[in-house]
Ligand binder design. Sequence first.
Ligand code: C2O
Ligand code: CU
Length: 467
Amino acid sequence: MQPTRRQFLKTTLGAAVITIAPPSFHAALGDDGYLEITAGPSMKKLFRTDGPESQLWTYNGTSPGPEIRAKRGERIKVRLINQLEEPTSIHWHGIRIDNAMDGVSGLTQKAVQPGQTFEYDFIAPDAGTYWYHAHNKSWNQVARGLYGPLIIEEDDPAFDREHDLTLLIDDWRLKRDGTLDLASLGSLMDWTHGGRLGNWLTVNGQSAPTFNLNAGEAYRLRLINASNARTFDIDPNRFDATVIGYDGQALDEPVKLNYSPLPLGSAQRVDLLVVPKAGADFAIEQISSGKPYPFVHFKVEGENKNTIPNIRLTQNNLPEPDLSNPKKFKLNMSGGAMGRGGKMIYNGKALEGTDFQTLKQFWAFNGVANLAEAPFFSVQRGETVVIDLFNDTAFMHGMHVHGHHFRILHRAGRNIDEGKPWRDTFMIGSTQTTQIAFVADNPGKWLLHCHMLEHAAAGMTTWFEVT
Ligand code: C2O
Ligand code: CU
C-alpha cells in the first residue's frame, strides 16, 4: 500500500468508510471489514529531522495512529493486534459507546495480552471530534505514542476534507540528546505534582508544521490534546477564530470568546472556525508560559472573497438532564503534594507511612484511592445524575466521564466556558467547585477519572454503574 498519497478505503457490508488523511498515515482493512490496528514498537524522529530516533509505541507504525473517520451512526470495526511487550486495550474517548466496547482494561474488558487480538465493533451515535488511546497503564502507553484521531462526520458535513483539519497536539519529554525520555516514566515527582509535562510539542507528530489555507474560505480546525498532563492555553481571538464545538459537541452557533486564554486540558477538544484574510499568515500559540510559543503555522494564499461563509453545525441529540428530580452525589478530590493529606483508603486498607510511596497512591476521591470494589454510585438507566465536585488539592485537574456527555451547570470562580456547554472532560482549578449533570442512559460500568494520566494512576480514578 502506498503510504504517500491520500487513501480512501471502503468497507463492505455497510460498515464505516474509514479515510486515512495525512500522507504518513496508512492502515489496512481486512476482508471482513475490520480496520487492523497493530500496537507495537517503532523508531521515530521526534526532534529535528537530522536528530536521533526515539523508541516509540505506535499504532500501525505512526504516532498519531491512523485517523479513523466514519459517518454518524455508522458501524466501526477495529481489530487491535497487540505486539507490545505489555497488555493493552483501546478506549474510544468521548464516544457514547456500548459498555463492552469502551476499552477500559480491568473494568469493561480484560487487557489484551502481547500476541493477542481484540475486536472492537461499535456505532458512534454523535458527530464530532474524538480520539482513541491506550487504556492500560495509560500514563506509560499514551506517553510513548499510543493514540490517534477519531472523527465522526455529520450526515451532511459543512466542510469538505480540504477545509476540515485535524490538529492532534502532544508534548513529549525529550532528553538532551533529543530522544524520548523513557527513564523518567513513572517519576514520583510527576505523580505527586502536575503529572508528566513534556518539553517538545508536536502537531500530528511533527514539530510546528505549516498548513496552507485559502483566503476567504471557512476552515474547521479540530484541536485534540493528547498530552499526558499538559494544558495548552490558546487565544482564538488572536487569529479571529470562533469556537464551534467542545469535546465533539457542536454549539448552537459560532462563539467569539470574551476571555483569554482558552485552556485545552488533557483529552479535551475544541473545534475552531477560521476564515483567513489575504496575506494574514497566523499561528496557534501556547500563551501561558511567558513568551507565546507558536506550535502550528498557517500560510494564507489567494485573495479575499466577497461572501463570508455562514457556517452552522448540526447538534447531536443528547438527552437533556431533568433537574427537577436528580440523583445528587458529592465528589471531594484530595491528595498530592502540598495537599492537606487526610485519610486515604486503597484496596480496602488505610494507607500509612511508606505505603504511599510503595503503592504509588497519592490522590483520592472521597478518601478512596483508585478503583474500589463498590462503585462510587449506582443509578438506574434514565436517571439524571448531578455531581458536585470540590477540588481540595493544590493542582488543577481535568475530569473525564466515560460513556456520557454532561452539562457544566455551575462553576465557582474562573469563567472557563460559555453557557452550559456539553463536555466529556472539564478542568477544575485548585479549591474550585463545579457542578455537572447528565442523564445516565447508558448501562454498564463507567470510569470517572482525572485525565492527567499520572493522577489517574496514582488514585484519581473511580467508577459508577448504570443498571
Ligand atoms: Cu481518554 Cu479513561 O480516558
Ligand atoms: Cu489530576
